[in-house]
Design a binder for this molecule. Structure first.
Ligand SMILES: Nc1ncnc2c1ncn2[C@@H]1O[C@H](COP(=O)(O)OP(=O)(O)OP(=O)(O)O)[C@@H](O)[C@H]1O
Ligand SMILES: [Mg+2]
Length: 445
């Protein structure tokens, strides 16, 4: 058997904007109509022709190979072409040009709404999907209980799936896709739906599928999950393969590309005359950066951060303090930092007029993931607000930390400090009951 599970050559998909697409109502309709092609068939199409204004290339000239047993993440912004690629590979839609070879039985979990026939019951859909995968009835029966238990839908087995909630639907769809022994599993954003418990189960199951040597393609916006599960990453951008490679550097490059557009990590006013401020203080520069890095570099929850504020103190008789207000994306004030809390010895004496730089150090493992806005205020003589700058800097804290057995979504809370802990074993405390193994002493620091 070949070592290649998927080979894609110059794959392109053109959509006509506004034109009604030929749609298959359900995955079953699509699969039944292309049933013979499921095991493997080559298809060659015409090369893309010139671009028209009512056309959109959802995929353009994408080529790659995936080896058997590889777990590959597909990342990219909204509309990058991730779902289109998975739909082509699962034969739900056809490419406009190019070629996709699939070596092996494909199980897919794409968006909610595909995958099942709405009129059929949960039970019937399990059998139908198994049959489409080429499994015998006895093989499906062997897996049946496991699927039902995983999906937690015992009571609704004989209900048509159109009556399912989206959560139940996705649970069953994932259970079917992962348990019916596909050799290649295509998963699209399943983590967007379902609760934390279910996310955990899915990721655990995907890990198991990968360990069994099966191939997984996983399209996701969840960088924690991608970093945890995948061995390689494809980065799609506007339908093209922007990069493919090792997970960590590719994810970092992707995240960095997103920062440039939305953020103001540095503001500079080189001319004192036109700089914002008043008769006491004028701002020259505010900037946020990872320690040792530059403005615009990626900041993760594990990155210590510097905020630099450069200002001209125009009045030699005034003591100025710099204050920073950190707001999260809900507008909640996370905390305030002030040079007044940690007076700089140089500022104890009468400060000269001139240019100053105050640098605030925000330790690693303090900020939660998400967008932050930092307002800069100046306070004179430790009491009087003298200037509040109205153009904040903002930056994004990314959560890309690999987790073994944990919640993969955003951590709760305004902040997410890693505090020191100690757990001690005191005594068995069970007065004659079963004595458990002592708890390990842990310290997060
Ligand atoms: N049936 C369709 N008809 C017309 N355009 C489509 C159709 N399906 C997708 N597109 C367009 O193709 C492009 C790629 O879409 P696709 O759904 O593959 O992106 P994606 O990377 O999965 O995005 P997301 O992260 O939002 O899921 C988008 O511009 C989208 O609007
Ligand atoms: Mg998508």
């Amino acid at each position: 058997m070949t070592a290649i599970a998927i080979r894609v050559e110059n794959l392109s998909k053109r959509y006509r904007i506004g034109a009604l697409q030929q749609r298959h109502d359900t995955l079953r309709d699509a699969l039944v109509s292309t049933f013979q092609r499921l095991t493997f068939q080559r298809s060659t199409f015409n090369a893309p022709t010139s671009q028209r204004s009512d056309e959109l290339w959802a995929l353009r000239d994408v080529s790659f190979e995936v080896k058997r047993g590889e777990v590959v993440g597909i990342i990219g912004r909204n509309g990058a072409g991730k779902s289109t690629l998975l739909k082509i590979l699962s034969r739900i839609t056809e490419p406009t040009s190019g070629r996709a070879e699939i070596h092996g039985r494909v199980g897919s979990l794409l968006e909610v709404g595909t995958g099942f026939h709405p009129e059929l019951t949960g039970r019937e859909n399990i059998y139908l999907n198994g049959a489409i995968l080429g499994m015998r009835r006895t093989e499906i029966e062997r897996k049946f209980d496991e699927i039902v238990a995983f999906a937690e839908i015992e009571r609704f087995l004989d209900t048509p799936v159109k009556r399912y909630s989206s959560g139940m639907y996705v649970r069953l769809a994932f259970a079917v896709a992962a348990h019916l022994e596909p050799e290649i599993l295509l998963v699209d954003e399943v983590l967007a739906v379902g609760d934390a418990q279910f996310q955990k189960k899915c990721l655990g199951k995907m890990g198991d599928v990968a360990k069994e040597g099966r191939t997984v393609l996983f399209a996701s916006h969840n960088m924690v999950a991608v970093q945890t599960l995948c061995q390689r990453v494809f980065w799609l951008d506007l339908g093209q393969m922007k990069a493919q490679g090792e997970v960590s550097p590719t994810v970092t490059a992707y995240l960095r590309s997103g920062l440039a557009e939305n953020e103001a990590t540095e503001r500079i006013w080189p001319q004192i005359e036109s700089a914002p401020g008043n008769d006491t203080v004028r701002l020259r520069r505010i900037a946020v950066m990872p320690v040792g890095g530059r403005p615009g570099d990626v900041i993760t929850m594990q990155t210590p951060v510097h905020i630099e504020v450069e200002y001209w103190n125009l009045s030699p008789t005034v003591h100025l303090h710099t204050e920073l207000y950190f707001y999260n994306d809900q507008g909640i004030l996370a905390f305030k930092a002030s040079t007044g809390y940690a007076p700089d010895p140089a500022l104890h004496v009468q400060p000269p007029a001139g240019l100053f730089r105050s640098t605030c150090y925000v330790p690693d493992n303090l900020l939660n993931s998400g967008a932050y806005r930092v307002d800069v205020h100046f306070v004179r003589d430790n009491a009087m607000a003298t200037y509040r700058h109205s153009e904040p800097i903002n930056f994004e804290v990314v959560d890309d930390h690999e987790r073994k057995f944990a919640w993969y979504g955003k951590e709760p809370g305004v902040l997410n400090p890693r505090l020191a802990w100690q757990t001690e074993y005191l005594d068995n405390g069970l007065a004659g009951n079963v004595c458990r193994t002592p708890v390990e002493v842990t310290d997060n620091r």
